[in-house]
Design a binder for this molecule. Structure first.
Ligand SMILES: CC(C)(COP(=O)(O)OP(=O)(O)OC[C@H]1O[C@@H](n2cnc3c(N)ncnc32)[C@H](O)[C@@H]1OP(=O)(O)O)[C@@H](O)C(=O)NCCC(=O)NCCS
Length: 150
């Protein structure tokens, strides 16, 4: 498996195949307004040259040392093989090279695999935003990115 920094077009090829993320249309217009005027980065994971996972992150505050991991997903058939872990490592390395010291992320109670990843990889819970359906509650997490450690 290989992870590359790439374009929204490559990420959308993967996004279109991820059922759980259907809420956001697989169209550039649904994605670009979020990050196009901010520093951002897009990673895609490839298995035998096929894009199978993607991650999009951006600077929400322009220069406050904090980077927000906005979207991440891996095609169902390729899960539990370390694709998310490898993309997150690429993001952490990129953040260190670009002077960011904190990663934030928002997920939901019904995204159990993501919550599991975040708990296992050093993120702290900081806030819960309640929704009518508790499974849809937004869960906010963050992690300090140490300069010396990958
Ligand atoms: C969340 C998601 C991206 C994980 O991708 P992945 O490539 O399968 O993750 P990895 O193989 O790198 O797994 C890393 C860790 O995540 C956790 N994890 C992933 N899948 C899990 C599962 N089914 N059950 C429990 N823990 C899981 C584990 O801690 C795992 O570490 P381990 O393999 O040492 O146990 C993937 O399940 C997905 O796309 N889900 C649907 C979309 C989604 O929820 N996106 C996040 C929106 S915020």
């Amino acid at each position: 498996m290989e992870v590359k920094e790439t374009t929204i077009e490559e990420a959308l090829k993967v996004h279109a195949k991820i059922e759980e993320l259907r809420e956001t249309k697989a169209e550039k217009e649904a994605f670009e307004p979020r990050y196009q005027n901010r520093k951002h980065v897009i990673f895609v994971a490839y298995e035998e040259k096929e894009p199978i996972g993607y991650l999009i992150a951006y600077d929400p505050e322009n220069g406050e040392n904090c980077f927000y991991c906005w979207m991440a997903g891996v095609e169902k058939a390729y899960r539990k093989r370390g694709a998310l872990t490898k993309m997150m490592q690429s993001l952490e390395n990129w953040m260190k090279e670009n002077g960011y010291t904190k990663m934030t992320i928002k997920t939901r109670n019904n995204k159990r695999e993501m919550l599991s990843y975040l708990v296992h990889h050093g993120f702290d819970f900081t806030q819960v935003e309640k929704r009518e359906n508790q499974k849809e509650n937004r869960i906010y997490l963050e992690k300090e990115i140490n300069k010396g450690e990958i």
